[in-house]
Write a protein that binds this ligand. Structure first.
Ligand code: ADP
Ligand code: MG
Length: 561
């Protein structure tokens, strides 16, 4: 097949422009990205082999190798992992498939000033393309495990890339950077210097569980071929003692497994000893990915068995409402080729799930007690997901209630817990009142609020779609009913001055009007009643206690039900 030339898609081109012209001073992260990809490729191959999916693959001595050539000014990162087919190279390298990258670009566009953009690039690294921070040309030669033909990809990063098939290619992937000309002023960016490579690998990739090797330079006058040295300790972070691991190291692991470019908000680690031993290292991200509420969202933790990754996204380890949590569980006594279906049923996995859930909720509780700002970030990003747990996880309902906060009409604009609401309740108030809707503004000005405002009774302002559901499922808190201000009859005692006789008389007086209205609105309403809930507006629409609220009706309609 002849060499074919392809154009980058628009987003990829924008990203490449940023990389090529980057003056960012921490370009070193490109190596972390290439090593991270190589490590993923080795993981994928071993997983395939465990599942007997890669019969013709060579899985002996899986490793990563870094070669530098001072004279040619090239740096190559090679792995003998899963590799890519011709089509895959086009699909995976030529486009921006990674949702994290797409999200990054969105943020980059929002970071209007160039300074902000530089900062973001530095934190991120943007995967494969970050090589163009250090190189003016990149080539990649790859052969998919089990296939006979390889593929060569090459690009200067400006607009186009080429693809061709090659006959001679070792299994796996080799990425070669043709480094930008040396800067005599700045030795710091000399990526042909072995000390520099050692330093970067140690800093960003030490925990990678595959050996990362480098062949040292041949000494002048010495004919023996130098032995390759292994640059990383390969020690899993969760297997090292806590005070031996720095926050930075944890953060690098988080970035590697989550493909997030920011540091996590919180790190939770613990080990279980006894009959079923395991270690867990969990991270709460700082930002919700935009697909958190869609089917495609990658959920689940990495599951290792004695340091061997056996599943990349094990959903069984966490309940769905904690699907945003990232991390690793390493268990001692599981079979290496255990299937997803078996894990769902496994008693030990269920035990781990219960334990992890409690640990995470208690970490959130600590955060709430000790670091208001971080808690606020957490709740803004993940509150809507966590509230699903109020519906599905009755065992932990109390623990979730303890960390859940809501906007309310009282409490000086600070979100309130249900507990705080109850403590502020007025004498004689029996129920917890709430209103649901799409935005705070729309519900704050709702006619349903009038009587509550007049009587200075606090109302919770709930604006997440899930709110409609959990309030029903939970029903009450500490014996106080959760009641919608928009449903059913509500007696706030505004009629207290009037005797029953007076009310009856009033209803009789208005009977003609009410009857007439009912007749004309017959298609749209069940009943027309006199009400004491309004102070200014002449009328409002009220649902029956069991009816769907308008927002929920919209939600179900949107879901096609
Ligand atoms: P990400 O790693 O976040 O998915 P990258 O830009 O780093 O994004 O890589 C894009 C994709 O290219 C990867 O998801 C992977 O499928 C493929 N890829 C990159 N490097 C390798 C490699 N060394 N071996 C196999 N596939 C690779
Ligand atoms: Mg990557």
């Amino acid at each position: 097949m002849p060499t074919e030339t392809f154009e980058y898609q628009v987003e990829a081109r924008q990203l490449l422009q940023l990389m090529i012209h980057s003056v960012y001073s921490h370009k070193d992260v490109f190596l972390r990205e290439l090593v991270s990809n190589a490590s993923d490729a080795l993981d994928k191959l071993r997983l395939a082999a465990l599942r007997d999916d890669a019969p013709d693959a060579d899985t002996s001595d899986l490793h990563i190798e870094i070669d530098v050539d001072k004279d040619a000014r090239t740096l190559t990162v090679r792995d003998n992992g899963i590799g890519m087919s011709y089509d895959e190279v086009g699909r995976l390298i030529g486009t921006i498939a990674n949702s994290g990258t797409a999200e990054f670009l969105r943020e980059l566009r929002e970071a209007k000033d160039a300074g902000g953009a530089e900062g973001l690039i530095g934190q991120f690294g943007v995967g494969f393309y970050s090589g163009f921070m250090a190189a003016d040309e990149m080539t990649l030669v790859t052969r998919r495990a089990g296939e006979t033909q390889g593929t060569r990809w090459s690009s200067h990063g400006e607009g186009t890339y080429t693809l061709e098939t090659v006959d001679e290619a070792p299994q796996g992937t080799a990425v070669t950077l043709h480094l930008k000309p040396a800067d005599p002023e700045n030795q710091l960016h000399d990526y042909t210097a072995p000390w520099k490579i050692r330093e970067i690998v140690k800093r960003y990739s030490d925990f990678i569980t595959w050996p990362i090797r480098m062949v040292p330079e041949q000494r002048e006058g010495d004919d023996t071929t130098p032995e390759p040295e292994t640059l990383n300790s390969m020690k899993a972070l969760w297997a090292r003692s806590r005070d031996e691991v720095s926050d930075d190291e944890y953060h690098e692991l988080y970035k590697h497994i989550s493909h997030d470019w920011r540091a996590p908000l919180e790190t939770v680690r613990f080990q279980a000893e006894g009959t079923f031993e395991y270690q867990a290292l969990l991270f709460l991200p700082e930002h919700a990915s935009h697909d958190l509420f869609t089917q495609g969202h990658q959920r689940g933790l990495q599951l290792y068995v004695k340091r061997v990754l056996i599943m990349d996204d094990c959903e069984a380890l966490l309940p769905p409402y904690l699907r945003f949590v990232k991390g690793v569980v390493d268990a001692q006594d599981l079979s290496l080729n255990v299937s997803r279906e078996i894990l769902q049923q496994d008693r030990h996995i269920r035990m781990i799930q219960r334990r992890l859930t409690k640990k995470i909720l208690s970490a959130v509780k600590d955060m709430k007690a000790n670091d208001a700002e971080r808690y606020a970030t957490f709740w803004r990003e993940f509150g809507a997901v966590l509230k699903e747990g109020l519906i599905t996880d009755t065992e932990n309902r109390e623990a979730i209630c303890a960390v859940a906060t809501f906007a309310g009409t009282h409490g000086d604009d600070r979100p309130t817990t249900l507990q705080e609401y109850v403590e502020r309740m007025k004498d004689g108030q029996d129920d917890i009142y709430f209103i649901t809707g799409e935005s705070r503004q729309s519900i704050e000005n709702s006619p349903h609020m009038e009587a509550f405002r007049a009587k200075d009774i606090e109302v919770l302002l709930l604006t997440d779609p899930v709110d409609e559901v959990w309030v029903d499922a939970v029903g009450e808190f500490q014996g106080k009913r959760l009641r919608s201000v928009a449903k059913g009859e509500i007696d706030l005692g505004t009629d207290a001055g009037k005797s029953d006789g007076e009310k009856e008389k009033q209803t009789e007086e208005y009977a003609g009007l009410l009857g007439w209205m009912k007749e004309h609105l017959d298609e749209d309403v069940k009943d027309v009643r006199l009400s004491s809930r309004l102070t200014v507006s002449p009328a409002c629409v009220v649902s029956d206690t069991g009816d769907l609220t308008p927002a929920l009706e919209n939600m179900y309609r949107a879901m096609g039900q």
